[in-house]
Ligand binder design. Structure first.
Ligand SMILES: Cc1cc2nc3c(=O)[nH]c(=O)nc-3n(C[C@H](O)[C@H](O)[C@H](O)COP(=O)(O)OP(=O)(O)OC[C@H]3O[C@@H](n4cnc5c(N)ncnc54)[C@H](O)[C@@H]3O)c2cc1C
Length: 318
């Protein structure tokens, strides 16, 4: 059985790994990005590094805990216990605590996907733009190039993108899924800095600040990663990017005294799932098409892993 998996985020790589371990399964992964990880990516700017998507992950299910053990033993995943505060404009910091382990991958968030994908067949910089059925198989194409013929195609892209690729998906259950966008501001910060590592920010365009270089195993100059509030990001969807950058820099400077020498901006169009599908995965058995990812079950890395591992179990049982 030959399977094409679209997307090399945590759902795609963990699905490909599980399917590849089944007898007679041959899996190829395609991702349009330059690197692995999807929303668990890292951005390097000079001496600064930023996990500009997922900041950490939790492991609440025994399945994910067991899966992570190999990577924890190899030093590629560690618990992160930052000094965390709550901040608001014109208010003093309040102490906060995390009540469960929060994990990060090393040396950056995409380190986990890279390790999982180490022995997988992955093609990066390859945006699948069409799939066509002929002789009972799916033929994938990217920029006019034929990527081969497959028995099944599994997409881990958000539903809007999956539906553009998959034929006859109008009116499908996936229509209910909704995402919030998120702007990420990337600040290189030399000079004196606050003692806290992470701040949850209230009543501001900004919702999260984290000194990325203080996460375990990072090799970077002081790098402040800022996430904008979801509603604010949505409201500024059409705003000129330079203006968004300036508005966010101004918002940060009203909360914390820093003098960045590097300022970058990234917009995540599909950042956090606000309405998930509410089922483990999506499958059209007759057409031999399937989809999985965080958006099936929730909004977290662990949801993406769980959705992918349940789809792999389904393949293993059919
Ligand atoms: C700003 C932000 C903060 C977050 N914070 C956290 C957090 O702290 N904790 C947490 O648990 N989760 C967090 N998340 C959510 C977490 O990142 C996701 O739940 C998880 O990474 C989703 O993994 P996935 O594999 O389902 O999807 P993705 O990582 O989005 O992977 C899908 C992949 O498909 C690829 N793709 C799409 N279309 C195509 C195509 N046509 N051809 C080829 N490739 C294609 C994309 O390039 C992408 O790599 C955050 C997300 C964002 C954006």
């Amino acid at each position: 059985m030959k399977i094409a998996v679209i997307g090399a985020g945590i759902a795609g790589v963990s699905l490909a790994k599980s399917l590849g371990a089944l007898p007679d399964y041959q899996v190829e992964l395609f991702d349009k990005g330059r690197g692995l990880g999807g929303r668990m990516s890292v951005r390097h700017t000079g001496a600064y590094s930023f996990d500009h998507g997922a900041q950490f992950f939790t492991a609440r299910t025994t399945g994910f805990q067991a899966f992570l053990q190999t990577y924890q033993s190899a030093g590629l995943v560690e618990a992160w216990w930052p000094d965390i505060v709550t901040l608001a404009e014109a208010e003093s910091a309040g102490k906060r605590a995390w009540l469960e382990p929060h994990f990060v991958a090393l040396p950056n968030m995409n380190g986990l996907c890279k390790a999982i994908a180490a022995d997988l067949d992955v093609r990066l910089n390859t945006e699948v733009d069409s799939i066509e059925q002929s002789d009972g198989r799916w033929w994938l194409k990217a920029a006019g190039e034929c990527l081969g013929a497959f028995d099944w195609v599994v997409s881990t892209a958000p539903p809007e993108q999956t539906r553009r690729l998959f034929p006859n998906t109008t009116g499908q259950a996936m229509d209910v899924v909704r995402f919030d966008p998120c702007y990420a501001l990337l600040l290189g910060c030399p000079g004196s800095l606050p003692a806290w590592d992470v701040a949850v920010v209230e009543n501001s365009p900004v919702s999260w600040l984290a000194f990325n270089d203080r996460k375990p195993g990072r090799d970077s100059q002081p790098s402040l990663l800022v996430h904008a509030d979801g509603a604010w990001s949505q409201a500024h969807d059409d705003t000129d990017r330079e203006q968004v950058k300036q508005l966010l820099v101004d918002a940060v400077s009203r909360i914390v005294d820093i003098k960045p020498d590097t300022v970058g901006l990234h917009r995540w169009r599909y950042a956090r799932v606000s309405t998930p599908l509410g089922q483990d995965f999506w499958v059209d058995e007759a057409a031999q098409l399937a989809a999985c990812g965080d958006w099936c079950l929730g909004s977290r890395v662990e949801d993406a892993f769980t959705s992918a591992s349940r789809l792999a179990q389904w393949f293993g049982s059919t």
